[in-house]
Write a protein that binds this ligand. Structure first.
Ligand code: 48H
Length: 264
């Protein structure tokens, strides 16, 4: 006699298939697609979802969080510099003041809280899905082209599976060092990426936050992708700039969405 309610293998399969497809269909069009579920992308997703924006995070990996699980050098402590501890307070992440204005937290704890905050706010997640290209209409980024990550990873000689597209009013590139979405515009000579600069903690984070914004109509960049687009120094394992940049990306998106709504 099982302690669990009776069901069947087929019902488990139906539950997963139907629920996945219903959710997928609902998000074929949405307000904002965030490419990359690292700290900047998750922060932007949380802020947008909190403001009732229909937001989808597309993440190439199985897991969310990007570099936020680990600080640096495979040591799972992360740091933020003041005033970014306010995000740790907001997300109820425990931390310690290592020295005045420099805070340390547990990577796994911080990352789990941030993921939960984005999901609790209402952001939807599509993981194991890689963005391979953008939808470009009337000189505006209007969505993304996606494929399953394992399909994208295989050589074309083994599998030739066409991707599909999702449409959105805005796309946020939160793909970290590679700035994959912006790179798809560079490939076509539309913008030029500078490549991120050598490490300089003191100037890097301000630069990232300052330059977070719309890099091309319909495309906002956030996080390390900003460094890559504009040639800003890297900052190593300190994440306040990523969180603040994510919030600014969300504010920029809200501003554009509201402006567009007024124009209509
Ligand atoms: C779908 C994709 C694709 C794609 C990548 O690297 P991340 O953590 O990015 P940020 O910018 O939020 O944070 C950067 C930070 O983690 C970091 O590395 C720092 C501060 N470094 C400083 C330094 O000096 O090096 O996350 C990016 C996410 C990852 O989860 C990727 O799997 C995902 O984007 N991703 N998802 N389609 N084409 N490319």
């Amino acid at each position: 006699m099982s302690i669990f309610k009776a069901s069947s293998e087929a019902q488990v399969t139906r539950a997963i298939t139907e629920e996945f497809l219903n959710s997928f269909k609902e998000y074929i069009t949405c307000d904002v697609i965030i490419v990359g579920g690292g700290p900047s992308g998750l922060m932007a997703a949380r802020e947008l979802a909190k403001n009732n924006v229909k937001v989808l995070v597309v993440e190439a990996n199985n897991y969310l969080g990007g570099g936020f699980w680990i600080g640096g050098y495979l040591m799972n402590k992360l740091t933020v510099r003041s005033p970014a501890e306010k995000f740790l307070d907001e997300l109820q992440i425990p931390y310690k003041e290592y020295e005045e204005g420099l805070f340390v937290a547990d990577g796994p704890h911080a990352c789990s809280k941030l993921i939960a905050a984005a999901c609790d706010a209402g952001a939807k997640i599509l993981n194991m899905t890689k963005v391979d290209d953008v939808v470009l209409k009337n000189k505006k980024v209007s969505g993304v082209v996606i494929n399953w990550t394992p399909v994208s990873a295989l050589p074309k000689s083994i599998t030739c599976v066409d991707p599909v597209a999702l449409e959105s009013k805005l796309v946020i590139d939160a793909t970290g060092h590679d700035a994959c979405v912006a790179a798809s515009l560079e490939k076509r000579g539309i913008i030029k990426l500078q490549g991120f600069g050598a490490m300089d903690v003191m100037t890097s984070e301000d630069g990232v936050v300052l330059k977070t914004g719309e890099v091309y109509p319909g495309l906002i960049v956030t996080g390390m992708a900003v460094s890559t687009v504009y040639g800003i120094p890297r900052m190593g394992p300190t994440f306040g700039g990523m969180l603040l940049s994510g919030r600014k990306a969300a504010e920029t998106a809200l501003h554009i969405l509201v402006g567009d709504a007024i124009k209509v």
